[in-house]
Ligand binder design. Structure first.
Ligand code: SF4
Length: 819
């Protein structure tokens, strides 16, 4: 403590603990925070409006003034510490009507409650002390039973978060309803399980390298004590599992998980080094939630673990393989400077970080929380992969279950208000494997006589399992449907009976397919690229608003266009379209990126480039270097650069694409592909399965498979429409036989925006006279962007106020909702 410094006292009301911290430390932390982290995306518009811009000292002065403590930091901290002493996550921290943002409170708590360790909680007294809560006397015995039944572990990082966020506490704090016996003990059938190796899918396996986690989520599907107390495998077990993979040429991907596998470095090293030598292995996916709840694991010892991963990533790349890190986040209050630092560091070095999110009742099941969470993660460089609906129905976690309809509604909300690049796939992990809602699977009907269960159509067939581990004969909870895939009983509430779609009839007219050459369709594509039509008037021919969050802008755009983007906080994504190709317009792109750097709400610039596919040699080292210089993956104010390209069929890929993609990835630049579904070119399950596989092999994210609506589809498919029935067959095949990381979003583009096939849209009409209902959008959505907006000609409005827009190039052959 500096001489004459004031010692500030904090008394934790429930735990009875007392601490003293120097005022100078608190002031320095506050100044540092407002200096570096005060952007709207992190602290919210209200707080940002109070502190405004300028030096840290100026901002602190404005904050103290607004809090009624002008020039009196001691008074400010006296009040703040008094409130933090009572805090248990249930109340906001507010001084003189100024609500202090979560991240600022976390920064202060790091001074007041320092430390990075994690520990196991075994008694109610210990729980009260660690978390500053008071357990009512009537609940004390039950709580002790919970602690004895389902282990509790917390890190200092989560303890700080829980004091000021009910949504974080909800995930980790034990509660007496955990004693409720509803739910399963285990959530999967266990098709193949040998030592540390589990296999649910033909092409990938799971390695369970470590049974414990530094923090235990209360909704965890491995929450039972028996799972936690299982002995960890030894290096010899890992070697046996690697040998099994080496003997199984179908296995292309390994998910390395646990518990947290990073807590067992010896096993991790043994697995990575062993799998590196197996030729047919393509991808290692390392799963950890520590990025969110125990970031110290990655940042301690000067980021030693991060450096290890970067080294191994390059070694794997030299062996033609890739490394990905899988993590999960649930609520924006889990975002910390530390987690953003870890994600951006990995992404900058070419290691993809993808995020999965279980939907938790009363935590993240409305939509706005996920928009904020996913936007922040995306800026740092993460990909958003899955939303699981509902979370696993396991003993003691039924407070977290929400009905299927909530997940579907959230999907629609995200489609309206989140960048298309960060909308995860909405899926359910059934006991025989995952399905994606209303494309590779759907709710068929309730299970008769078994309340609380529904039949789900899955993409899997009995033959699929025969190849690696036959399903146990006589399972009561599955049936083979008329299409030949398996329906499985699943424990969930549907929430909306209209989601029961019944069984799909057989495909009518399953005649032989004709095939056309891609050259024929490439001739139909215009020589140059133009921006897409705008869904609302922008007053500019070089700026098109294609979504609430996204604009397309011509490379030769004017200053007024850039001013419009800078002035609209809702725009997060700018797609730059050049007359020939993005790589030909780097001067204009640099001008646009520089102009957008002062708009913190824009966190991604996307360059449309067909030359990535058709002329990869255009990406010279100088071009790659120039692009890398524009890519800013940072904790605060990121501006991410991405390349948007197009591939039509698998045959278009060659090794040059892989080489180029790696070079870009290693500079933190993502490449993603959009594909129009074209009759006789690529509208078969096999064609899209192969295309998805090649994208993944090259390191390209398969982003959208356009079912209809692109200009080339309007021309090509009008005479020879795509059969809607095939879309479900395609989704079924890609889900069943590809990697979960290969699955595109199935999108219909219309004059009023994009929607997900089956999920946020409904196709109505007959044969080829079809229209599509756009569930995410209504009149208010468009007038919020353009007050003079009027429905375009030809659009009808349904009873819910959603537009119904004509769509061409599709043919409906059955009455079934998705075909
Ligand atoms: S991180 Fe995953 S495995 Fe660990 S407790 Fe949480 S949900 Fe379970």
């Amino acid at each position: 403590m500096v001489q004459n410094d004031t010692a500030m006292r904090i008394y934790f009301e429930h735990s009875g603990e007392e601490k003293q911290v120097p005022l100078s430390n608190l002031v320095a932390t506050l100044v540092d925070f407002v200096d570096h982290f005060c952007v709207k995306a992190l602290i919210g518009p209200a707080f940002s409006g109070i502190i405004q811009t300028g030096s840290g000292a100026d901002k602190v002065a404005r904050l103290l003034n607004a809090c009624g403590c002008a020039g009196r930091p001691q008074a400010f901290f006296t009040e703040l510490l008094s409130q933090l002493g009572k805090a248990d996550g249930t109340q906001k921290i507010v001084i003189n009507d100024v609500e202090l943002p979560h991240l600022l409170l976390m920064a202060i708590l790091e001074v007041v409650l320092p430390g990075n360790r994690f520990f196991t909680i075994k008694s109610t007294e210990q729980l009260e002390r660690a978390t500053n809560i008071k357990i009512p006397d009537a609940d004390r015995m039950d709580m002790q039973r919970v602690l004895d039944t389902y282990p509790v572990r917390l890190s200092m990082h989560t303890i700080r978060q829980m004091r000021v966020s009910g949504d974080v506490a909800y995930q980790y704090l034990p509660f007496i309803e955990e004693l409720d016996s509803a739910g399963h003990t285990n959530t999967w059938i266990g098709q193949f399980h040998q030592g540390l190796l589990e296999q649910m899918y033909q092409n990938r396996v799971i390695f369970l390298l470590n049974m414990t986690c530094p923090v235990y989520c209360r909704f965890c599907f491995r929450k039972h004590k028996e799972s936690r107390n299982e002995a960890n495998p030894a290096a010899a077990d890992v070697k046996r599992a690697v040998a099994h993979v080496a003997d199984s040429p179908n296995i292309k991907e390994i998910v390395i998980t646990g518990g947290d596998p990073f807590m067992n470095r010896k096993n991790m090293a043994c697995a990575i080094d062993g799998l590196m030598a197996v030729d047919h292995v393509q991808t290692l996916r390392l799963a950890t939630r520590s990025i969110a709840y125990y970031p110290h694991l990655f940042l301690s010892d000067n980021g030693e673990l991060l450096n290890y991963l970067k080294r191994k990533h390059l070694e794997l790349q030299a062996h033609g393989k890739r490394m990905e890190v899988a993590t999960h986040f649930i609520h924006p209050d889990e975002i910390s400077p530390q987690c953003l630092e870890i994600i951006s560091d990995l992404a900058r070095n070419g290691i993809a970080v993808y995020v999965q999110t279980p939907l938790l009742n009363k935590c993240n099941d409305e939509g706005p929380e996920l928009v904020r969470l996913f936007s922040l993660l995306r800026g740092a460089g993460a990909e958003l992969h899955y939303i699981y609906i509902p979370c696993s129905p396991i003993h003691g976690n039924n407070v977290y279950w929400s009905p299927i309809s909530k997940g579907i509604d959230v999907g629609r909300y995200l489609r309206a208000h989140l960048s298309d690049r960060v909308i995860p796939r909405i899926c359910t992990a059934t006991p025989i494997g995952k399905m994606d809602w209303n494309s590779s699977g759907w709710a068929v009907e309730p299970v008769e006589g078994n309340d609380g269960f529904i039949w789900i159509r899955s993409p899997y067939t009995p033959d699929y399992f025969k190849q690696f581990a036959p399903l146990a004969k006589g399972l009561q909870n599955i049936r083979v449907n008329g299409e030949g895939t398996i329906d499985i009983q699943y424990m969930a509430r549907i929430g909306d009976e209209s989601l029961f779609l019944g069984s799909r009839p057989k495909r009518p007219g399953n005649g032989p397919r004709t095939t056309a050459d891609t050259d024929a369709v490439l001739k139909e594509m215009p020589a140059g690229e133009t921006i897409a039509p705008s869904i609302v008037a922008t007053g500019s021919s070089t700026l098109s608003r294609v979504h609430e969050t996204r604009v397309e802008i011509a490379a030769e755009c004017g200053e007024t266009d850039l001013e419009i983007i800078r002035g609209d906080d809702r725009i997060t994504d700018v797609v730059i379209v050049a007359p020939t190709d993005a790589v030909d317009c780097l001067i204009q792109i640099r001008r646009i990126v520089r102009a957008l750097e002062v708009a913190p709400h824009v966190n991604a610039v996307r360059l449309r480039s067909l030359k990535f596919n058709y002329a990869p040699g255009s990406y010279t080292p100088a071009v790659i270097d120039a692009l890398a210089a524009l890519n800013r993956l940072t904790m605060v104010n990121p501006l991410r650069l991405e390349i948007e390209t197009q591939f039509l069929v698998a045959a278009e890929f060659n090794p040059e694409h892989t080489r180029l993609c790696r070079q870009l990835n290693n500079r933190g630049i993502t490449v993603y592909a959009n594909t129009p579904l074209l009759a006789n070119i690529n509208d078969s399950p096999e064609a899209i399965h192969q295309l998805a596989h090649e994208c993944r092999r090259a390191g390209i994210e398969f982003h959208h498979l356009y079912v209809a609506g692109l200009p080339v589809q309007d021309r090509w498919n009008r005479k020879n429409p795509v059969v809607l029935y095939d879309v479900v067959d395609i989704a079924t095949r890609v889900r069943r036989e590809g990697s979960g990381r290969e699955i595109p979003r199935y999108i219909i583009r219309t004059i009023l925006g994009e929607v997900d096939f089956g999920l946020s849209s409904t196709v109505v009409g007959q044969d080829e006279t079809l229209a599509v209902k756009l569930s995410p959008y209504d009149h208010a959505y468009f007038t919020a962007m353009d007050p003079d907006f009027e429905w375009p000609p030809g659009v009808e409005i349904d009873g819910d106020g959603n537009p119904v827009v004509p769509v061409t190039g599709l043919s409906k052959t059955t009455d079934f909702a998705l075909s």
